[in-house]
Write a protein that binds this ligand. Structure first.
Ligand code: SF4
Length: 570
């Protein structure tokens, strides 16, 4: 099957299919999204205007037989930060689009009637834009059910929730998981849901029908590679098989568990948030570990039931436990599960939302630890657009502005800081400062390194995560750059050496940095806020200390063969 590109124009409601450009043949996922955004729009444009693009680009291995490799990148100019943004997600959309031959989907324009809602239906028999304005304002769980009703059980959907329809800059784009019902996977960060909402595009449904796995250029080499890889993984330690929620005690020990608006990084009630409880509860409540997409051999995603065995949420991760839990002084995993469910239903980023609520708590708008007020806020005030709901829905910086807390903004590059704490983790701090996307732990988290050159350590991490997010592999598969190189060679039929795969990743980072430069950002915008140089983490006295010289060195390619041993995801 020939590779294709799908262009959707929401102004004139047209859908055009084109051959995939040969110039982009080695680009997928995040790298492809960056190139499309850089070449296809003015980076200085209004991110919610008609000219702005929304890109869906599956990784290059999505739709293939490689394990844990079906992820998708969703990219746009972020309405939260004004910078380029890519958010990577599991779910079935990446697998399905690639099996149907779609290497990318590019959406531009906006309908003249702001009350119209449209659904893009993609299947073996063609692609159609259908007006479904009756879905306007519908939350993600009921919307997923309505969108998939009557469709083949393999079908999946990508949805803009109410937060995105309202243009809130903390809004996500939700994707259904392997169970085909639950919109629990999210392209979560950067307010991408608001971009989708601005286009009147409520959802995309994809029915892969009987579309087959994608075939690599070197079939036997590819088969041997993925079989060996899967066997070695299963025989190894499998560090994330119980999910990131089980990281809570370690994060607390390391002083990277944000507590009460990051005033501390160790939490006295952290045991109440330990993901080990989720595993223990499976026996009495039901629930299980599962894969969010077909072919996942890690299965880090949890399904969480209440004490009566009723489903609450799934994919409750460390970041959510840190940001909606300890950072808001909530030490009860079941409460965080309910807050997570509300965020999934509204289409809100749990990291940005937890950071914003903690700011509002410190300002006195609600009290730390008040679970009832948090549930009320998410369940009622977001859609009612109260002043507090608007502030929190628009993220950390907007909440600091609304409550006069601009002297201590827990955001970097306009994006709320994730749970992983940059003062405690100095190389991660450099990543947050220099990443085109600001405070993003998936851009190059480094929890420990033997590399004495912090700038190079951050660059290595950013390159391997870029290649991983472009490949379709999940970062939780924890591949080395060398593993990714071998998969690229087998799928494309090339013989890239270490320097070439590294350069491939670095060039994509340069595309992202160039987008930001054209959007008006300079090197001076690549740093952490001053308060992080002054306010010590109480449990380890850490402050942010990176110098301008160190930060600037990240932007110059600095490869050596040790980069091939670096793994994605810290
Ligand atoms: S490892 Fe977890 S996040 Fe990654 S694809 Fe599997 S279930 Fe999804």
């Amino acid at each position: 099957m020939e590779d294709k590109l799908l262009r959707v124009d929401m102004t004139n409601l047209s859908v055009v299919e084109e051959p995939f450009p040969d110039d982009w043949r080695y680009l997928g996922g995040r790298a492809l999204s960056a190139r499309i955004l850089l070449e296809g729009q003015d980076p200085a444009c209004d991110p919610l205007g008609a000219e702005a693009l929304l890109v869906l680009a599956p990784g290059i291995l999505s739709g293939s037989m490689a394990p844990t490799s079906g992820r998708i990148s969703i990219g746009a100019k972020s309405p939260l930060t004004g910078r380029i943004k890519e958010a990577n997600s599991g779910g079935q959309a990446g697998q399905h689009l690639m099996r149907l031959g779609y290497r990318a989907l590019i959406v531009r324009g906006k309908p003249t009637d702001p009350d119209q809602r449209w659904v893009l239906e993609i299947g073996e028999e063609g692609v159609h834009l259908i007006e479904k304005s009756e879905l306007k304002g519908m939350r993600n769980y009921p919307a997923a059910e309505a969108l998939l009703q009557g469709k083949d059980k393999r079908a999946s959907t990508v949805i803009c929730g109410p937060a995105g329809e309202m243009g809130l800059t903390g809004a996500t784009i939700a994707l259904t998981d392997m169970d085909h019902r639950y919109p629990t996977r999210h392209a979560a960060r950067g307010g991408l849901g608001a971009v989708m909402g601005s286009k009147g595009l409520k959802a995309i449904t994809i029915d892969p029908g009987r579309a087959k796995f994608r075939r690599p250029a070197r079939e036997q080499a590819f088969k041997t590679l993925f079989q060996t890889f899967a066997k070695e993984y299963r025989a190894g330690k499998q560090p994330l098989k119980n999910g990131t929620a089980t990281v809570v005690p370690v994060a607390n020990m390391l002083s990277t568990l944000p507590t009460r608006n990051r005033r501390a990084m160790q939490y006295d009630k952290h045991e109440g948030l330990d993901g080990a409880k989720i595993l223990a509860n499976y026996e009495t409540r039901g629930g299980k570990q599962h894969g969010c997409m077909s072919g996942c051999i890690v299965q880090c995603s949890n399904i969480i039931n209440d004490p009566d065995g009723h489903y609450i949420t799934s994919a409750l991760e460390f970041e959510t436990l840190g940001m909606l839990g300890s950072n808001c002084d909530i030490g009860d995993l079941d409460v965080v599960a309910r807050l997570d469910r509300l965020c999934d239903d509204l289409g809100l980023d749990t990291i940005e939302t937890g950071g914003a609520i903690a700011v509002a708590m410190e300002a006195g708008a609600l009290s730390f630890g008040d679970a009832g007020a948090m549930i009320e806020l998410l369940d009622k005030e977001i859609e009612a657009a109260t002043p507090l709901g608007q502030a929190v829905g628009n993220g950390v910086v907007a909440t600091c502005e609304a409550y006069g807390a601009m002297n201590r903004v827990p955001a970097i590059g306009g994006q709320g800081i994730p749970a992983w704490e940059p003062r405690t983790l100095p190389v991660t701090a450099i990543t947050y400062a220099t990443s085109a996307m600001g405070a993003d732990h998936t851009a190059g988290l480094v929890t420990r390194t033997k590399n004495p050159d912090a700038a190079q350590a951050s660059q290595f991490a950013q390159v391997v995560n870029m290649v991983c997010d472009s490949s379709g592999f999940c970062q939780f598969q924890i591949l080395r750059l060398e593993d990714l190189r071998q998969f690229y060679n087998a799928i494309f039929g090339v013989d890239w050496d270490g320097a070439e795969i590294y350069h491939h990743g670095f060039a994509a980072l340069q595309d992202e940095w160039e987008f930001n430069r054209r959007a008006g950002f300079t090197l001076d915008d690549s740093d952490l806020p001053d308060w992080m140089r002054e306010e010590k983490v109480p449990s380890n006295d850490a402050v942010y200390q990176a110098t301008r010289d160190v930060l600037e060195r990240v932007f110059t390619e600095n490869y050596d063969d040790s980069a091939l041993k670096i793994r994605a995801s810290g």
